[in-house]
Design a protein around this ligand. Sequence first.
Ligand code: TNX
Length: 530
Amino acid sequence: MKKSILGLALGFSFLLVGCKKTPQLSEAGIIPIPQEITNGSGAFELTSASGIMLVGKSENLTRIGEFLAESLRKPTGFDLPVSFDSGEIVLELTGSESSEAYELEITETGVKITSSGEAGLFYGIQSFLQLFPAEVTKAGVQSVSWKVPAGKIKDQPTFAYRGSMLDVARHFISVEDVKFFIDQMATYKLNYLHLHLTDDQGWRIEIKSWPKLTEIGGSTEVGGTEGGFYTQEEYKELVAYAAERFITVVPEVDIPGHTNSALASYAELNPGVNLPDGDLTTVNKQDLDYEMPMKNPQASELYTGTEVGWSTFSSRLELTYAFVDSVVREISELTPGPYFHIGGDESHVTEKDDYVYFVERVQDIVSKYGKTSIGWDEIATAKLLPGNVAQFWAKEDNAKLAKDQGNLVLMSPATKAYLDMQYDSTTRLGLHWAAYIELDSAYLWEPSEFADGIAAENILGVEAPLWTETITNREDINYMVFPRLPALAEVSWTAKSNRNWESFSKRVAIHGKRWDNQGIGFYRSPKVNW
Ligand code: TNX
């Protein structure tokens, strides 16, 4: 008798484990949390008979439908045909705008995602995918019941620019690893990938008119290991891969400081000295006559350390601008997006006047090639062209200078948004010059209240940069990025009134299972009940 009761109890609990209850839509764990969620009753179940129906006119509609189908075919093993004829999952494009807003409606009999823009449709798909059981992210066909909770979502982003940056200069990051990162960005509805392509330690993008940049300047990286670079074909491949996920690449060439890799590649970019009598060993900067033909310019040594602020281009050397012109032209030709990032940070050895002169001339070059300049906040000490953007990372005064000139600010405060900052004093990777950034700290801030005098209308958006002095591969990236990138994505997508740490910490735990399924070794923050 006792035995059979025990057997019954055991059987019952197995049954409970076997058929996990579908949560309510509002509890399903979407990140970033949508602006409006209404729970429905019951659930929609995807089966081998399910299909995707497209409604609307756009060349890209089939591709967007296929993106959803492919994401679901892999774990379910279902056919999921995509057509304009039938299917209970409807993707409806109602306009031809660039709208990122969408609606998602789920009933027991069907699913409908509607937007007036392709990007909005894509974001509706991302929310929908997050509603499936965590096995949806596992490799190989999984046997679970593919239910999503019924209800309605109405959603749209708060900020237009929601980005992340990879520093591929300090350590080179392979095309495959950048693509993996792009996939993760897409999940969290981020739409700008800033690639920090050049720095003292490496030049990572092929420039056909200046080939030694990658031959020499791309050959090493921090620590002295072998470097690497993207050919123009590879860069285009990244741009296209990102674009398919509604992510725009922002290329950065960091100038006039952080330029040792270029100065090591081409001697003539270095200030030569006109030695009056041939054997002066030290020359004051004031004595240099930049307009004169140079004698004895020396290429610098390749650098594999991590100091900053010690290199600079020669601001009064005409060749500098011929060089910048070629680089901006070649990269702009490969970049359909509107922005070109000119760096401009930590030029500690550039004279103030030279710096301002340089930034102003470079903005003109960028604008000549049809792009809008973004630069680190220091560029606001120069006169900014209308529309150009200052990326705030350290100095509120610089952000204010940008605002006072009528320019927008991109918010990347190092104490909140820097993904290379350690979580705490025991973190094995990363730096801590700005702060230790635990998950709750990365989550609990509001861009429009962070810097004195910088309000929502002065802000283009939010970007989370990952500097790679200590980061060498995908595993390291994953550890620093998860779970903070989703926190920052929610800060940039969801209005402050809808954000809540308790709710986020519960939702992020659900995502932890998805990361485990993808082999993402994330930081198990003690602030979360994983
Ligand atoms: C400051 S942030 C830098 C980078 C470093 C980073 C490390 C900025 C514009 N410059 O050169 O990699 O700190 O956290």
